[in-house]
Design a protein around this ligand. Sequence first.
Ligand code: HEM
Length: 125
Amino acid sequence: MHELLHGIDFHGYHLPKGLLLIPNMYHVYHDKKIWGDPENFRPERFLNEDESRVIRSDSLVAFQPGKRQCLGEPLAKDVLFLYVAKIFQNLHAFPDPGNPKPNFDYDDGIVLIANPYRVVMKSRY
Ligand code: HEM
């Protein structure tokens, strides 16, 4: 969230001094002009053609661009990578056959919260 220090005109709107701005991440991550088919889980969209490298995209804005961007981004990404990699290095994950599969439904709030779902984790070893 950022507060405007002075009023500005932006794309035909006047934004007054003191206005609080909150980026609409849902809109960015569901923009068909950027992602094509945002509703599909297709992680390879973030890889180059031979899938050997992650492509850096200006549209991935979880850590925010600009002067006040997150200082902890490299640390957060390393920790998340190790955390998720460790889980899937040791466990297989399956949808729970006795329960509905996860979907894109959510609960409204300040942030959107995924509805609960169950998965079965099995040791790889
Ligand atoms: C998944 C984890 C994280 C996410 C998604 C995240 C996201 C963000 C976002 C959106 C901002 C606001 C940027 C803005 O105001 O434009 C921010 C600021 C900041 N983050 Fe993070 N962050 C994460 C983890 C961390 C960690 C681990 C650290 C430190 C070890 C950290 C340190 C900071 C600092 C110091 C700022 C303030 C930067 C400034 O105002 O100049 N963050 N972060």
